[in-house]
Every structure is written in structure tokens, then in C-alpha cells.
Design a binder for this molecule. Sequence first.
Ligand SMILES: Nc1ncnc2c1ncn2[C@@H]1O[C@H](COP(=O)(O)OP(=O)(O)OP(=O)(O)O)[C@@H](O)[C@H]1O
Length: 262
Amino acid sequence: MTGLEFSGLTVRYGHGASAHTAVDGFDLTVRPGTSHGLVGESGSGKSTVAAAAVGLVIPSAGGIRLNGADIVGRSSAARRARRRVQLVFQDPYSALDPRMPIGLSIAEGSRATGRSWSRSEQRSRVGELLERVHIDPDRANDLPSAFSGGQRQRITIARALAAEPEVLIADEITSALDVSVQGVVLNLLRELQRELELTVLFISHNLAVVNYMCDTVSVMQAGRVVEAGPTATVLAAPEDAYTRELLASVPVMGRRMTWDEE
Ligand SMILES: Nc1ncnc2c1ncn2[C@@H]1O[C@H](COP(=O)(O)OP(=O)(O)OP(=O)(O)O)[C@@H](O)[C@H]1O
């Protein structure tokens, strides 16, 4: 099986009487080079799925595979395979070390490739990545505070790309940003996905954004998938009552949105 595959993923937080099942038998396959949306109300388990895929939480049961290879185990092969999956978080303000020039943060990302980089190789790679996210490479020595929220999010994307991922998980990457710059970041992600043929798991509670970004979508409720399919089909004719409820609570679905403003 190729692509990113979750099977029966179950994640519990806490122990004993306080144990809580956040993800409960979650099944999903994201085909290579496609963009899959994961939607659902707050607390439905979306971020926990993302955290499990990059090893930030250990599943209680089930598995996650990339092109058939286990990425949750402790073996060095699993760790190596896991590095092919990179996560970009919601908040670009806390994601970057405020004392570290952005070029250095990006260079750190390239360590996940497992190769040793000479200083000059690293410098040119950082410049190339900054250009990819449309930031002037001459600003590699600036601190994060010199950049806007939207620019910082582009820098965190560059850092994730430095790891040469096959899969990029974008967890609410625009929800901490001003509406006026959200479109720029979304368009960048679309462009990168196509150019680099990335497999993208795009987590959002905004169905209009998912409609714009994703080929296919899964709807999560209480830790499991209640509906999945091509985005256009699921959003146009939801079969599940919960999906219909989610759609009804997003008035923005009815109007056309533009994404080209900065
Ligand atoms: N570190 C944690 N410890 C204990 N419980 C947690 C932890 N992280 C998440 N949870 C709980 O697990 C459940 C799923 O949370 P999760 O953040 O995965 O949902 P989500 O769908 O991403 O929500 P949101 O859209 O608000 O980010 C929630 O009930 C949450 O309170």
C-alpha cells in the first residue's frame, strides 16, 4: 500500500478513571501526491491524529504506515520513516525560536534528512527554501520578530520542507493568522503540494478552506471517521447527519471566497 495509512488508530490520554479516548479506531488512507482534509468539531481528535503521525503521542492501538512501512514503532527504521512526515502547527509565533535567526531554524530542519551538510551547502539550501516560500533569502539572518505572522508561517513551512518530507501535515495552519494573509499561505501550500508532489493531510475546521485545498475529505466525530470521500461530493451531498450539521454551522460555504489577497 502506498501513501499514508492509519488503521484502527486509537489514542488514550491519562490513566485509570481519568483516561480519555481521544482517537478511537481511526482509519484513513491518504493517497500519494493528494491533499486530504480532516474536518470535525473542536475536540474530535484531529490534532491527536497529527501528533501520532509524527511521534508526539504514542498510540494505544492500531498503526500508521507510510508506503507500507511502520512509522510509529521505536526501531530506527520506524524513526527514519517517520521523519518523512512533517507537521506544521497552527501558531507560527510559538513555532520558531525567537532567539534564532530564521535561516538557522530552517537549517536545523534539514538535519532530519540524516545527511551531513557542509556550511555552504546548508546556506544555499536555506536560500533555496526561502525562495520557495517567497521570502527574500537575504533575510536569513533576521530573527522571527522581524517578520509578520503570515511570513512566519511561510518560514515554518520552509523548515518543514528542509526535512525533505513526503507527507506534510498542516494542522490549522491559518487559524492564528489575520484573514488578509490566510489566502497567501493557503495558495503557497497548494503550489508546493503540486510542485513537490507532496502528500498533504490538511486539518481544519473551516469547510470552505478544505473545499479549496483538498481532493478528498474525512469528517471526524468523537475520535473516528463518520464520513469520507471526494471533497466536492461530501460537501455537496453529505450522507452523515453530523456532516450536515457541520456544514449548516458554516455560513461561509454559500459565498465565493477569494484567496489572492495579502
Ligand atoms: N495532551 C493531552 N492530554 C489530555 N487530553 C488531551 C490532550 N490533547 C488533547 N486531549 C483531548 O483529546 C481530545 C481530542 O483533542 P484534539 O486536540 O485532538 O482535537 P481537535 O479535533 O484537534 O480539536 P481542535 O479543533 O480544538 O484543535 C479532546 O477531548 C482533548 O481535550
